[in-house]
Design a binder for this molecule. Structure first.
Ligand code: NAD
Length: 239
């Protein structure tokens, strides 16, 4: 049986599927990932991207942080692709119990998915650091330089920067869902960003599928590896 047929059959047999995804899920929507050949990490900046999107850099150089952030991490016109849409169908069928995503782009919710656990936060939510007033994405995009609240505080995106901790409640829920899953589909992620990548180790079943364009560091733990574009693959296997 081909990998695609096995994947289709496992999805049919499963009742508690969890999807764990990363930046590769959104490349077909035109949002670059970090580690592909044309990803952000292979473009040239004054500082490496992992330096710029760290907490200490944000504190010391907010101007430069927001220049990079608005230019390279926000894609306001991006629309959900075939991968996001297939996952909506799987949730509507009652099989998909949760999406655990490292993405910050909000595309799963835009597509219509209901149970999305954003372990690295979202560009859609922003709060004043001083008075905690909420601001939407447009406010940040339309601001000049550093986005400021009316009270004068910096409006910080609810995005987990390097050196920052993940939200406890979101991670606990993600762990619970992964532990309960009878099938775990991992897709579009290089699985090198920790602690996020470590969450897949909490899966206890025997249907761990990795769908990725390139090999990942964790291919050896998978029960099935499917190489290719995740949008095309999920569209084929989810009715
Ligand atoms: P990564 O860039 O490290 O890895 C992406 C992986 O996806 C690569 O292995 C690549 O081969 C694969 N890939 C790319 N396009 C694909 C496709 N169409 N189908 C299947 N596989 C594809 O991304 P990561 O592992 O998610 O880690 C990077 C971090 O960057 C995450 O923490 C995330 O928060 C953040 N990030 C988010 C976005 C977003 O929100 N869209 C974009 C870039 C980075």
């Amino acid at each position: 049986m081909s990998e695609i047929d096995t994947l289709r059959q496992w999805i049919q047999e499963s009742e508690r599927i969890v999807f764990f995804g990363g930046a590769g899920v959104s490349t077909e929507s035109g949002i670059p990932d970090f580690r592909s050949a044309d990803g952000l990490y292979n473009q040239k900046y004054k500082f490496p991207p992992e330096t710029i999107i760290s907490h200490s850099f944000y504190r010391e150089n907010p101007e430069e942080f927001f220049r990079f952030y608005k230019d390279r991490m926000i894609y306001e016109d991006a629309k959900p692709n075939a991968a996001h849409k297939a996952l909506v169908r799987l949730e509507e069928q009652g099989k998909l119990k949760a999406i655990v995503t490292q993405n910050i782009d909000g595309l799963h919710q835009m597509a219509g998915s209901k149970h999305v656990l954003e372990i690295h936060g979202s560009i859609m939510r922003n709060h004043c650091e001083k008075c905690h007033t909420f601001y939407d994405l447009d406010y940040v995009v339309e601001s000049e330089g550093i986005p400021r609240c009316e009270c004068g505080g910096i409006v910080k995106p609810d995005v987990v920067l390097y050196e920052e901790e993940l939200d406890d409640v979101t991670v606990s829920e993600a762990l619970y869902q992964i532990e309960q899953a009878d099938m775990l589909i991992v897709g579009g992620t290089s699985l090198v960003v920790y602690p996020a990548a470590g969450l897949i180790d909490y899966y206890k079943g025997n249907k761990l599928v990795l769908i990725n364009l390139s090999a990942t560091q964790r291919d050896d733990v998978a029960d099935l590896v499917v190489k290719g574009k995740i949008g095309e693959i999920l569209d084929q296997v989810i009715e």
